[in-house]
Structures are given as structure tokens and as C-alpha cells.
Design a protein around this ligand. Sequence first.
Ligand code: F6P
Ligand code: MN
Length: 365
Amino acid sequence: MSTHGRWTLTRYLIEERRRFPQSSGELNALILDVSLACKAIARIVAYGKLDDAVGLPQPPQSAGAINVQGEEQKPLDVLSNELFMRMNEWNGHLAGMASEEMEAPFQIPESYPRGKYLLVFDPLDGSSNIDVNVSVGSIFSILRAPDDVIASGRDVTEADFLQPGREQVAAGYAIYGPSTQLVLTVGNGVAVFTLHPTLGEFILVADKVRVPEDTKEFAINTSNSRFWEAPIKRYVDECLAGKTGPRGKDFNMRWIASMVAEAHRILMRGGVFMYPRDTKDPSKPGRLRLLYEANPVGMIMEQAGGRASTGRQPILGVMPTSLHQRIGLVFGSKNEVERIERYHAEPAPSVAPAPLFSERSLFRA
Ligand code: F6P
Ligand code: MN
């Protein structure tokens, strides 16, 4: 499909739906409400510290509290969470919601009808970057509610959300950068929309995006290198060894500490992102959250021909065990992710590595 003629998000969704004449249009309506939450968050993020000066709503009292992740909730985290809930609780398409900012699932209030989908989201990812005016984003995942939930309209439980990422019906993220963009998959490739600043519409700027299969760019927080497992150490060492190393080419490194921004760079020009399982804190098997960070980004990557993995298995195949579960995550250019998976699958070398790399390695224990 060409992008000629400037399709809006609404038109894109309607054209997609035409492929499924039986469908009710509820998913489309839900995605439009999610996109409205993202537009509203783009506005509040754009005001930065000016929020009280311009009379925007003040964050509820809980700002400054510690969320379920043990992280400080910033006022914008709380406001973004509120916007997601208020824009989506009323529409009748949802059986329930879950968010990084709420320990338990959110029940659709009794005053509204309940529907067949579950919405899971990280309303403001990378929010520590707000203070320094670096890109942040919102991430969302849409699942079908279990049949008995749909049939009975009962309250949702944590267990209803514990579905592997392969079950996602749609997923995406919004990135609040120099421009606001929405990146979406409904299972037919990945489309990118830019928020038109005066029309207030998301306009299609790229469709069927493909992540290049090869790359010379990697992203990892190297301050954790002493906690990495051997396969990750090996992979990064080999990248750092450059032209004269086993890879035979020089690599470039990036680390924004804002996963949405990182995922977006990789979607547009390739690369590999790693926040692997490490030994830093045995109670946390990885940093990122499976249900509302790894799975939606994993679906976007796979739909764009990239790959997303724990290092040991595809992210989308992982059966979740809890709502806020953390996991090691590697995603991006297919051939690099597959290489990292190979390194995990190979038995650890029993002999000392070649002297070249013993001497040159920056990350040897
Ligand atoms: O929500 C997690 C997150 O903010 C990601 O967006 C980002 O990739 C990561 O944490 C950064 O972690 P660190 O501060 O350890 O580099
Ligand atoms: Mn996050």
C-alpha cells in the first residue's frame, strides 16, 4: 500500500478491518481511544515543568509515591496512567486493564459496559528522562479476554492477563520526541503515524516497515557488564573488537535509557537492543517487564521482520507467571538476535578464550 494521499489512523484501521468483514469494529474503536490517550500524554509531556503555570490538571496525591516496581512515581507517570484509564474505561470494549503503575488489574466501573479485550500498558516509559527533555513513550498491548470473562462480565483477575505475547491482538507504542509518532501493529505488518501538530490527527508516514536483518549498531547499558552472563559478554566483546575481531567489522553503540526511543531507532534503521538477564539482583530476572514492555515491542519487531528473544527463547512464546514479571530482553535485527541466541545455546567454552581477546577485552571479569 502506498502512503500517497495521507491516510489518517482512522482510515488505516478501516481499511484493515475490510479484510475481515465479520469483525465488529470494536478493536478499531479501542485503538482510537488508546491513540487519544497518547495524544493527551504528548500534550502534557510537551509542557514539561510548565504544568502548573498553564493550568493543566494537577497530578493526584499519589505522585511521588513508590509504584509496584519499587520506582518513584513521577507526577507525569500518574497523570499518564489516569489518561489511559479515563480514555478507555467507558467505551465498552474492555474487560479490564493493567498498568505498570497499578499493582492489581483495573476493573471497569459498573456504570460502563464491559467488552472482550484486555488493555495492558506502560503509560510513560523512560520517565526518568523527562527531567532532561529526552524522548519518552507509552507502550500498549491488546489481548482478548478469556471466554468466561467475556461471557460473564465478571471482574478480571491477574490470571486473565497471563497470556503469551503470541496471543496479542494488537500492540504498539507512542514516542514523544521532536515529533509524536504512533507505531502500531494489528498483525499485518507495522505502520508508523506522525501526529500532525495542527490537525491533531495521526497521519500514516510508513507502512510495512522492515527492520534491516544486519546491523553494526548495538545498545546495552555497559555499566552492568560485570553482572552479565557469558553469552552477552562474548557478544559485546566481539562487537568491541571491531574490524580486527571475529566479526570483522566496526560497531557503533547507543544507549538512551528510554526503551521506546531505542526500539524506534532500531525499527527505522536496524540495531540490536539488550537488557539481558543478569546477576545484579537475583530477585529481578532482567529489568524490563514482560507484559507491557517486552511483549508489545516483541510483536512490533516480529511484525517488522526483526526478532525479540530472552536470549534463550522467543519473547512471544514465554508463558507469563505474574502481571509485573521482569525478563531478559534482546531485540532488533534478526541475524544479530539469532547470533545472541546461538551464543546462549552453545555450551560455555571450557578452554580459556584466545589470547587476543583475553588481552583486549574491556569486559572481562
Ligand atoms: O522502564 C524501563 C526503562 O526506563 C527503559 O525504558 C530503559 O530501556 C531502561 O529502563 C533503562 O534502564 P537503565 O537505567 O538501567 O539503563
Ligand atoms: Mn517502563
